[in-house]
Design a protein around this ligand. Structure first.
Ligand SMILES: [Zn+2]
Length: 62
């Protein structure tokens, strides 16, 4: 079963949510604060050379 990671926009904490169906939108809430303002994030594992705009990793040049 697919488990996706979500990050809460309210408290900024990450949590994993089991997604049963991609078609139907589930009521995903943050287990920490209960906010529904969450967004799905991709796990750093398994993503090779993925270029995403907003990332948490800091890259230094030079
Ligand atoms: Zn939260």
């Amino acid at each position: 079963m697919p488990i996706y990671e979500y990050v809460c926009n309210s408290c900024g904490k990450k949590f994993s949510q089991l997604v049963l169906s991609l078609e139907d939108k589930q009521d995903i809430r943050c287990p920490h604060c209960g906010s529904e303002d969450v967004k799905r994030v991709f796990s750093p594992f398994g993503s090779l050379g993925a270029s995403s705009g907003s990332g948490g990793s800091c890259t230094s040049f030079g």
